[in-house]
Design a protein around this ligand. Structure first.
Ligand code: NAD
Length: 473
């Protein structure tokens, strides 16, 4: 049976149309989804606006209890949910079980705590007045997510928004919507009143654009590609919506000769190839101090060669198929482009008789001006580049338009801190890579977007600050 939309309950799209979502492992159709359009978004926003005032006035302890229960239910149903996420997005089942589902539950546990802790302040002002601030929910939040971590990225938007009394309308990615629909059911089972979370499946230019344009939506929390982000920003300006944009990246992973080179090379492999490289923070540019360059390349090739490419549901798989035919072709085009521009492909290439696979691919001899060194590929493709001095490493690190994340590997702690402060990136990892926590702020700068998710920071973006004056005489 085809899954339906979720607006207060399961229901078909008003227009009754469907669209196909592909199976990345075979190239066939995995499922037909309801094609929600502007009228479905309108219905969802109306339901959200009806339900939200009561939710905002609900005892925060009750909001906390529901979010905590959702986290528990996610863990109870993790096997089923991980299988859905893996078969829909192509990610290895082992990753979905170890990371996507438990981190989603963590996000609900973490923001459950914030429901009772949002405080205003009292401000010493001139004159006989009491001045204090209230933090109040914005109303309806429009959430738009990509296909690489559809469940976890939806949770990062939904959990904090609900914790502080907002309602959410989610437009999940057309390539992988099933876990978002599953999440809507989990929240309903946890006791979330109807209307506070809707999931409208559909196309970006239809349902997504309608959500961005809707005058009843107070804020858009968007994660996706940089070009789509620009379009969303333009369209959101008509109604002066608040906006946060989590966009693309081309993150440098900088390895100095004074690092624990073996550990750094091992980490560089997972930094580049975790989730088939379909990770916005992928360490897709490995910058290596020249004296250890050849040694590092050898170790990276050896490590990458050992990664098991295969079908997402095979428990041994470490690198699954790319999400769709179009995306697969785009990544293959980058590989061809790298070779045409003169870089050396020292490992990797297309894999398997069917489905959208590419085994871990490593390029050396990469010049910073090449497209594979500057543009986000969003697949298992690593560009290795040598440098001679810290100044050169810092300049190379910023030789793209992005500013999402960076890695620094050195035993010189002073050098690490100086460089961490200097690099323009939302997150810097020192002697580690790809660490995330619901408690730690996450987001980008430059063309990687603006706004923060996770931690305390996102709560400011999901609430309005009101100043109240009281005459005391
Ligand atoms: P995408 O931009 O094509 O789509 C993202 C979402 O936007 C989808 O739900 C899509 O339907 C919707 N959309 C498309 N057109 C729209 C429009 N006109 N109006 C409103 N919504 C619209 O991105 P993708 O291909 O799904 O995901 C890959 C991209 O996401 C990569 O660039 C990656 O770096 C980025 N990403 C960023 C982060 C981050 O946290 N910075 C995390 C994951 C992925």
């Amino acid at each position: 049976m085809n899954p339906e939309l979720w607006i207060e309950e399961e229901r078909p799209a008003i227009g009754g149309e469907l669209f196909a979502s592909a199976d990345p492992a075979t190239g066939g159709t995995l499922v037909m989804l309801a094609r929600g359009k502007a009228e479905d978004i309108d219905l969802a926003v109306s339901a959200a606006r009806r339900a939200q005032p009561l939710w905002a006035a609900t005892d925060p302890n009750e909001r906390a209890r529901i979010l905590w229960r959702a986290g528990e239910l996610l863990m109870e149903r993790r096997e089923e949910l991980a299988r859905i996420e893996a078969s829909d997005s192509g990610k290895p089942l082992s990753n979905a079980l170890a990371i996507d589902v438990p981190r989603t539950a963590d996000t609900f546990f973490y923001y459950s705590g914030w429901a009772t802790k949002l405080e205003g302040s009292t401000i010493p002002v001139r004159g006989p007045f009491l001045n204090y601030t209230l933090r109040q929910p914005l109303g309806v939040i429009g959430a738009i997510t990509p296909w690489n971590f559809p469940l976890l990225l939806a949770a990062r938007k939904i959990a904090p928004a609900l914790a502080v009394g907002n309602a959410v309308v989610l437009k999940p990615p057309e390539e992988a919507s099933l876990s978002s629909l599953f999440l809507a059911r989990v929240l309903a089972d946890a006791g979330l009143p109807p209307g506070l979370l809707s999931v409208v499946t559909g196309l970006g230019e239809e349902a997504g654009a309608a959500l961005v344009a809707h005058p009843g939506v107070a804020k858009i929390a968007f994660t996706g590609g940089t070009d789509t982000g620009r379009l969303v920003m333009r369209n959101a300006s008509v109604t002066l919506k608040r906006l946060s944009l989590e966009l693309g990246g081309k993150s440098p992973n900088i390895l100095f000769a004074d690092a624990d080179v073996g550990a750094a090379a091992t980490a560089a492999v997972s930094a580049a190839f975790y989730n088939q490289g379909e990770l916005c923070t992928a360490g897709s540019r490995l910058l290596v101090e020249r004296s250890v360059h050849d040694r590092v390349v050898e170790a990276v090739i050896e490590g990458a060669r050992k990664l098991v490419t295969g079908p997402p549901l095979d428990p041994a798989t470490q690198v699954g198929p790319l999400v769709s035919e179009g995306h697969h072709q785009r990544v293959l085009d980058y590989v061809a482009q790298g070779e045409a521009e003169g870089a050396r492909r020292v490992l990797g290439g297309p894999w398997g008789p069917q489905g959208y696979y590419l085994s871990p691919t490593v390029f050396t001899g990469v010049d910073p001006s090449m497209r594979i060194a500057r543009e986000e590929i969003f697949g298992p493709v690593l560009a290795v580049m040598p440098f001679d001095t810290l100044e050169e490493a810092a300049a190379l690190a910023e030789a793209t338009e992005f500013g999402l994340a960076a890695g620094i590997w050195t035993r010189d702690i002073g050098k690490a801190h100086r460089l961490a402060a200097r690099i323009q990136a939302g997150t810097v990892w020192i002697n580690t890579y790809n660490r995330f926590d619901a408690a730690s702020p996450y987001g980008g700068t430059r063309q990687s977007g603006f706004g923060r998710e996770n931690g305390r920071a996102v709560l400011d973006e999901l609430t309005e600050l009101k100043s109240v004056w009281v005459a005391l005489d």
